[in-house]
Write a protein that binds this ligand. Structure first.
Ligand SMILES: Cc1cc2nc3c(=O)[nH]c(=O)nc-3n(C[C@H](O)[C@H](O)[C@H](O)COP(=O)(O)OP(=O)(O)OC[C@H]3O[C@@H](n4cnc5c(N)ncnc54)[C@H](O)[C@@H]3O)c2cc1C
Length: 380
């Protein structure tokens, strides 16, 4: 890849990487974590994590490139390859809040893919409410002792470092903090989650933190009250989800319309049935409205303006629920081909199952509605 490719060149390079490295090897990525990790490292080497990264640390310093990666992942229907987690969410935490030492140690390897990061928030009793976090860091002689178990963590087995959310129990204080810890720290163990029903190429795992000796230097940016930082990181994640899902809706619409036009029951195209064409019309209307809203957020993101929690929650909720609706409609419309895969080259059940899983990741539909409704309590 060129040092400074044009946006179009970059889009072509990203698309080529997704086709040649990800899609061609998809079945081995879903079976082997060694191959999966290698692919993530290659993605970094190919420049896919550079977009929002500071130029000083090897990034492009231009979010348009980040957006291109999100859009291309969507166009290639790759919900289970969350490069945005590394390139935008993990990067955001370290770049925005990291100490100078942490930035110098982690940003370059994060941007060039030498080190893969994971974000550890969710716990067994529930992931929806960050106020219920039980992982805790209690004061000790040298700093703190960190204990907790994190569940459903993306890239858990392939990660080189973890951003861990824990409750900081200090004299009269009880805030949430983020620790940045290397994977080989004594007391950290990872249990991979096998037999996933969706997201086949996503590495999910449970991460145990067993009485880890941590110091203040391990706190991300020394921050002892990181709730706002966590919420802002989650907003970036939800925004990326919305961009991907919106692109996926557009791909499904195109493929679905094309197929329905051609599919003939022996007398006429199935598109001539009013039920079919009106269903497409309904989905087209939803798709365009959601796209227009996601576009306004893209503009804010590009200008490095803060994304409002409510806006991002609306975008995530609407784009994913629309993706689930279209994929359900197409799964029925394709008839038995949904199962056999002939005629259409779209694995619509995979897309549908991944969309359902994605509606949970980063906050469920109910939580998005909860966030949206919280906006009603502010006076104007
Ligand atoms: C593919 C995937 C990748 C993930 N990656 C990560 C990751 O990298 N890092 C990480 O930390 N987590 C990750 N998660 C976990 C994810 O963030 C949680 O699954 C999610 O926040 C929901 O938490 P939960 O599964 O514990 O469900 P729960 O919180 O137990 O929710 C169960 C049900 O109760 C509802 N509910 C819960 N609370 C409320 C409420 N207050 N009001 C109304 N309804 C409510 C929910 O909507 C849901 O329907 C991932 C999950 C998936 C599926």
């Amino acid at each position: 890849m060129k040092m400074n490719p044009t946006y179009e060149e970059y889009r072509m390079d990203v698309s080529c990487f997704l086709k040649e490295v990800v899609i061609k090897n998809y079945s081995s990525l879903s079976k082997s974590r060694t191959h999966l990790k290698q692919m993530w490292n290659e993605a970094g080497a190919a420049g896919l994590f550079k977009g929002a990264g500071n130029i000083e640390f090897g990034g492009f310093g231009d979010r348009q490139y980040s957006l291109i990666v999100m859009e291309e992942l969507g166009k290639h229907l790759l919900l289970d390859i969350p490069f945005w987690l590394q390139a935008d969410v993990i990067l955001h935490f370290v770049q925005q809040y990291g100490s100078s030492l942490q930035k110098h140690k982690y940003l370059q390897p994060l941007i060039n893919g030498d080190k893969i990061g994971a974000f550890c928030l969710t716990e067994e009793h529930g992931g929806s409410d960050i106020n219920l976090i039980r992982a805790k860091a209690t004061p000790a002689e040298q700093g703190y002792v960190l204990t907790g178990v994190k569940k459903f963590i993306t890239s858990a087995s392939i990660a080189d470092f973890f951003l861990v959310v824990a409750r900081l129990e200090e004299k009269g204080e009880n805030g949430l903090a983020i620790f940045l810890l290397e994977r080989d720290r004594e007391g950290i163990t990872v249990a991979p989650i096998e037999n996933r029903r969706a997201m086949q190429a996503l590495d999910l795992g449970e991460v145990h933190f067993n009485k880890i000796q941590v110091t203040r230097e391990d706190l991300l940016g020394g921050l002892r009250h990181a709730s706002l930082a966590i919420l802002r990181g989650l907003s970036v994640e939800r925004f990326a989800n919305a961009v991907l899902c919106q692109e996926m809706c557009e791909v499904l619409m195109r493929e679905g319309v094309e197929w329905a036009r051609k599919r003939n029951n022996g007398r006429e195209s199935i598109m001539s049935f009013q039920f079919v064409s009106y269903s497409f019309a309904e989905h087209e209307a939803n798709s365009r409205l959601t796209a227009a809203f996601v576009d306004t957020l893209k503009q804010l993101y590009l200008k490095e303006k803060r994304l409002q929690h409510q806006d991002v929650a609306i975008a995530k909720y609407k784009s994913i629920s629309h993706l689930i609706q279209i994929s359900t409609f197409l799964a029925k419309l394709f008839g038995a081909r949904t199962v056999t895969g002939d005629i259409t080259n779209l694995d619509i059940l995979r897309v549908h199952n991944d969309a359902v899983a994605q509606s949970i990741a980063g906050g469920t539909e109910e939580i998005m509605k909860k966030i949206i409704s919280e906006g009603f309590s502010y006076s104007s």
